[in-house]
Design a protein around this ligand. Structure first.
Ligand SMILES: Cc1cc2nc3c(=O)[nH]c(=O)nc-3n(C[C@H](O)[C@H](O)[C@H](O)COP(=O)(O)OP(=O)(O)OC[C@H]3O[C@@H](n4cnc5c(N)ncnc54)[C@H](O)[C@@H]3O)c2cc1C
Length: 407
């Protein structure tokens, strides 16, 4: 029987022409996922960051999937990148978080906003995995409202010095370079994005945040900067354009998380199919009981209703990339990526819950793969924009800018 990922590739080929390079990429992603399956579960059991992810991705030349070929990546178009992340999603959101942060929030932001010199210097290394990237916007007092962040910078000649702290940063303690957002000293306007070197004096990992309810295999850290030097050449985008940089990164990131959620639902469906065909109760396979079939129908419907939406978001993003002067296309891509992330993350969590129910008591054991999805997937409704922030954003696109409730 055709595997769910093969079906996704077949469906995507009806939406765009897939090249031989794309098919080669999908095979490499598939092989990497097969290799990561057991280590990912072992690390989850140990409650440890899965350091095999960058290792295996490097081995299969997968660190730079969306990075242009000019800088050593695969140059994958948005829908192809989305499909690759969908496949990683079958392993769970721990793997997806690493990939999405390094590629969508990190590499694509440098690709979109960086100077040619920055692209030559950093994207080439991000594509080979020589450097790992992170994105540091959130602070202890600035989450849904990034405008209230407290990290500040001062200028001295051609250098900038950052002071402040960042909270809940994925890849935070393993990244070599981090996109950090800060205001000019004493001001609450003019946010600027800096590409910080984690080896620079004044950079500290204050704490690895390991007391999470799930997502153990993803690295999360609290960071601080004490008069940390950043040369002017490492500003991403122009000085003062930080908020625009942050939001454009989130547009890419949300499509990535939504794509990963599709993979989670696919794995839930695969796991439930196997379990409900083999587990016998009341004299027959539990899959033959109609109320169990309801759960299966629910997971399948969740997956189908999210799938096309996520693909549409990727295609809308490509429309915008092909015509960057058209701001209408940008806001449409932004809107659909928010809808896709909102719908797919809720659908994935609901599917993991249904899968746990089908597994019964074993589903409640941390040894079951579906329990891992349940606790890992919850975060998708929080990071890169909470459910509520997505709702406000979507509603304001219906009502009009003057109704923006979170400004
Ligand atoms: C595991 C993990 C990894 C993460 N990785 C990163 C990362 O790599 N980089 C990064 O920068 N951040 C990261 N984050 C942070 C994440 O993006 C924030 O947690 C998220 O944006 C919410 O911010 P907050 O936690 O401060 O919650 P708050 O903003 O305090 O929100 C609390 C509640 O209030 C609601 N709320 C807030 N404002 C409004 C409003 N105007 N109207 C209605 N409801 C509202 C929220 O929706 C939420 O339900 C990560 C978080 C987690 C848990």
């Amino acid at each position: 029987m055709e595997k769910l990922f093969e079906r996704s590739i077949r469906d995507a080929s009806k939406l765009m022409n897939l090249t031989e390079d794309d098919h080669d990429l999908f095979q490499r992603v598939d092989r990497a996922c097969d290799e990561l399956l057991i280590p990912e579960f072992e690390k989850y059991m140990e409650r440890k960051y899965n350091d095999k992810v960058p290792e295996v991705l490097k081995k299969h030349h997968l660190m730079g999937i969306p990075i242009s070929k000019k800088y050593g990546g695969d140059g994958a178009r948005p829908l192809v990148h989305s499909l690759a992340i969908e496949r990683f999603g079958q392993l769970g959101l721990g793997v997806v978080t690493f990939v999405d942060v390094h590629q969508s929030l990190g590499s694509l932001t440098i690709q979109e906003w960086g100077t040619e010199e920055q692209k030559q210097r950093y994207l080439t290394k991000a594509a080979t995995g020589e450097i790992v990237l992170a994105y540091a916007l959130t602070e202890p007092e600035a989450g849904s409202d990034p405008g209230s962040l407290k990290t500040q910078f001062r200028k001295d000649g051609s250098d900038y010095y950052l002071t402040g702290s960042k909270y809940l940063i994925s890849n935070g303690s393993v990244a070599d370079r981090l996109i950090v957002f800060a205001y000019p000293e004493g001001q609450t306007k003019g946010m600027t994005a800096f590409l910080v070197d984690a080896r620079e004096k004044g950079f500290a990992v204050d704490m690895k945040l390991e007391e999470k309810m799930g997502l153990f295999t993803s690295d999360t850290a609290m960071l601080s900067f004490d008069d940390l030097r950043v040369p002017r050449d490492d500003i991403i985008g122009e000085e003062g354009r930080g908020l625009a940089v942050a939001y454009s990164a989130l547009l890419n990131g949300r499509i990535g998380i939504a794509s990963g959620c599709l993979g989670v639902m696919e794995d839930c469906l695969n796991q439930v199919k196997e379990r409900t065909s083999s587990r016998m109760q009341h004299g027959k396979a539990i899959g033959k009981h109609q109320l169990i079939q309801r759960h299966i129908a629910r997971i399948s419907s969740n997956l189908e209703s999210s799938r096309w939406l996520v693909y549409q978001a990727a295609l809308k993003k490509e429309d915008y990339e092909n015509n960057k002067a058209d701001l209408g296309l940008r806001s449409e891509a932004d809107r659909i990526s928010a809808v896709a992330k909102y719908v797919a993350s809720k659908a994935a969590f609901d599917s993991a819950d249904s899968a746990v129910q089908c597994f019964g008591g074993f589903g409640y054991s941390i040894l079951s793969p579906v329990a891992k999805h349940l606790i890992d997937t919850r975060v998708a409704r929080i990071y890169e924009g909470t459910d509520e922030v997505m709702e406000l954003k979507i509603a304001s696109t219906v009502l009009g800018k003057e109704f923006e409730a979170y400004r």
